[in-house]
Design a protein around this ligand. Structure first.
Ligand code: PXL
Length: 280
């Protein structure tokens, strides 16, 4: 059985980060271990003002030390929302301990969206996150996070192919083998993920019909699904397609229920289809 460790917060209500990654990766038949980086009452998105935040940074080295004594090994280490610069450094140390050549390191540099930082993040966090990306095999920033990683202005989600390719190349210059840009709008009707494999020099897009609206935590759904599919052994392009299709499926499933489910997508009822699509 394959084994992934997911390192991100647990937002007790709000369907993001660990409460999304755990069920998705487990449903794909992969053992899922977690390093919870913080416990929040909800995620930090608009509508959840007054959330609690309990930082667990100090627990991470002790968890890692125990796991090292146990000789645990992982097929992938996946990171998502990390709460502070100090935490990013400690996660970087975790990579040093557990990232063997067989272990894929997948970093989703969660920092912001729609041209702005999420609450509590700033340029010094982006600087630290850039260092973490250097150690990753795969990174998957959205357009906002790509601009923050490169220290340049955000130009919106809509962009032409030449710009996307240039951005992907510059991101791979951080030292990452595979770079994916999420939420790219190539025309009025399509959006998706653009990918660059710096080892082969291949560029490819994985697009789907654009669904108007903003759906919280779809990046977390996407990254967990992609990591699961890659670890299951699907080739890069196929793993990307599986993750994009599942994310779109979750969004479609939520359409018409946005009033009640504004805080996250209704991914649960889509899991049987994901299981069927990833059976090997
Ligand atoms: O979906 C990313 C995410 C994860 N965890 C927390 C968040 C967010 C985005 O807002 O607030 C706590």
């Amino acid at each position: 059985m394959k084994r992934i460790v997911s390192i991100q917060d647990i937002s007790c209500f709000g369907k993001c980060s660990l409460t999304v990654a755990l069920p998705i990766i487990s449903a794909m038949g992969i053992e899922t271990c977690v390093v919870p980086t913080a416990v929040l009452s909800t995620h930090t998105g608009t509508g959840f003002e007054g959330y609690t935040y309990h930082d667990l940074t100090a627990d991470i080295p002790a968890i890692a030390a125990h796991w090292k004594r146990l000789g645990l090994r992982f097929d992938a280490i996946c990171t998502g929302y990390l709460g502070s610069k100090e935490q990013v450094q400690i996660v970087s140390d975790f990579f040093n301990t557990f990232a063997t050549p067989q272990c894929k390191v997948i970093v989703d540099p969660v920092m912001g969206d729609k041209g702005q930082y999420y609450k509590g993040f700033d340029d010094s966090f982006a600087h630290q996150m850039r260092q973490l990306c250097r150690k990753a095999d795969v990174i998957m920033p959205n357009m906002t996070e790509a601009a923050l990683l490169l220290g340049e202005p955000y130009r919106g989600e809509r962009c032409d192919e030449a710009f996307i390719k240039e951005l992907l190349k510059r991101l791979s210059g951080l030292g990452t083998r595979i770079v994916m840009l999420t939420g790219v709008h190539v025309d009025d009707t399509h959006q998706g993920v653009a990918c660059y494999n710096s080892e082969t020099g291949d560029f490819f897009n994985c697009l789907s019909q654009n669904i108007p609206g903003y759906f919280h935590s779809t990046g977390d759904v996407f990254s967990a699904t992609f990591a699961g599919a890659l670890v299951k052994g699907f080739p890069l392009e196929r793993a990307l397609r599986i993750a994009v299709d599942f994310t779109v499926d979750c969004i479609r499933h939520t359409l018409g229920h946005e009033k009640e489910h504004w805080y996250g997508v209704m991914f649960e009822e889509c899991l049987p289809q994901l299981i069927a699509n990833t059976k090997q």
